[in-house]
Ligand binder design. Structure first.
Ligand SMILES: NC(=O)c1ccc[n+]([C@@H]2O[C@H](COP(=O)([O-])OP(=O)(O)OC[C@H]3O[C@@H](n4cnc5c(N)ncnc54)[C@H](O)[C@@H]3O)[C@@H](O)[C@H]2O)c1
Length: 362
């Protein structure tokens, strides 16, 4: 195979980034169809990106033999059922973050991909940024020594209108708030650089928005010999959204965004500079880079750079954060299928009780 036919399911906000990225691939990818439950939106999207087929029904794309790759750009609760249906129809699937709203769903998706022998990737476009690659190399090579403390924050503002979109702001459809939707990127980067913590303690609250889910979270994550402080918000009224990651280590530090590695030892600083120069400047946006990687992973029959197992890892940490906030106690990782928030039903029941108790207190 030297080209793929592509279908996009969900023609809302993020779908444009997918369409543009596939278009940039020229002869390697052809946009064949787009689906949205809002058929008029699908039609307008098809017209804008010169896509020959549009429909209000996913099956219309899934039954087509000329489509091999599907982008799932849907509300979070639809990621699992749609992805599984696409895999069962023999498609390779790139699903937007978060992989799913529960680990039960994530595991079913990964099993479906294995059974169908198809690729399943998840969008974590920040991993494709040059500075993220540089930071990872610096840590991997031990150039700043052993990390002992990290601070990660995603302090963003979302207007009330953002939550008027019916699937957002609800546990059953968004699967959570600032943590699962916005800070999923930051948590993924933390895992990408430092691996999975062994314990989590978290608190969540709904401060400014009239929504079920959290618009504020504060958590402490524990590794052997290391701790991180994490906060996420969609009600931070700063001049601009603020994303920050800082890692302190025995012989230096790393800060993102912007990227500023540092060591007081001149020799190390020189080595850091050398390692940074080995990573070329990124020429295309992260989303485009990841979508191109996914298409080439299909064409070259290799793993995509961000397979679904990475999405599961971020989701496991997110689930532990929610579970800790719901029970008001430390949660140990890894979680297992007996963990109260492993299933979608379990997580929703815990969220319901948490919300009811909070309502009683206020
Ligand atoms: N990677 C990123 O930085 C990034 C940024 C924004 C959004 N996202 C993710 O992209 C996904 C979609 O988010 P969005 O902001 O585009 O949402 P959106 O609400 O703008 O778009 C979702 C679209 O899905 C359609 N839809 C709903 N149910 C459907 C169904 N059953 N069948 C077909 N279409 C259906 C809606 O009509 C809508 O057009 C989410 O997972 C979100 O987290 C990722």
């Amino acid at each position: 195979m030297d080209t793929v036919g592509v279908g996009i399911i969900g023609a809302g906000g993020i779908a444009a980034a997918h369409a543009k990225a596939y278009q940039m691939l020229g002869a390697k990818a052809h946009l064949i169809g787009v689906v949205d439950i809002d058929e008029e939106r699908a039609r307008a999207f098809a017209r804008r990106y010169e896509i020959p087929v549009w429909s209000g029904e996913s099956d219309d794309l899934l039954k087509r033999d000329d489509i091999q790759v599907v982008s799932v750009c849907l509300p979070h609760h639809l990621h699992a059922p749609t992805t599984i249906a696409a895999l069962q129809a023999g498609k390779h699937v790139l699903v937007e973050k978060p992989l799913a709203i529960s680990l039960e769903e994530a595991d079913a998706m990964i099993r479906a991909a294995q059974k169908a022998k198809r690729h399943l990737g998840v969008v974590f476009q920040l991993r494709f940024e040059s500075d993220v690659q540089r930071a990872r190399l610096i840590l991997e090579r031990g150039l700043i020594g052993a990390p002992f403390y990290a601070e990660v924050s995603c302090l963003w503002w979302r207007r009330p209108m953002y939550y008027e979109n019916t699937w957002r702001g609800k546990w059953a459809t968004e699967g959570g708030g600032a943590v699962i939707n916005q800070a999923t990127h930051h948590l993924d980067l933390l895992l990408y650089m430092l691996g999975m913590p062994s314990r989590v303690y978290a608190e969540i609250d709904t401060i400014a928005h009239r929504i079920e889910v959290e618009d504020w979270c504060l958590a402490t994550l524990y590794w052997e010999g290391m701790k991180a402080s994490f906060c996420a918000s969609t009600c931070a009224e700063l001049e601009t959204d603020s994303s920050r990651m800082m890692i302190l280590a025995s012989n230096g530090s790393l800060q993102m965004f912007p990227f500023r590695p540092h060591s007081r030892q001149e020799e190390r600083l020189l080595q850091i500079g050398e390692v940074c120069r080995t990573v070329p400047e990124q020429e295309i946006p992260g989303h485009t880079a990841e979508i191109h990687d996914f298409v080439f992973s299909v064409l070259e029959r290799r793993e995509p750079r961000v397979p679904a197992t990475e999405g599961r890892r971020a989701l496991e940490l997110i689930t532990a954060i929610y579970q800790s906030a719901f029970v008001g106690d430390v949660v140990e990782l890894p979680l297992n299928p007996d963990s109260p928030c492993y299933t979608t039903a379990g997580k929703l029941e815990m969220a319901r009780r948490f919300t009811a108790n909070r309502a009683k207190r206020t």
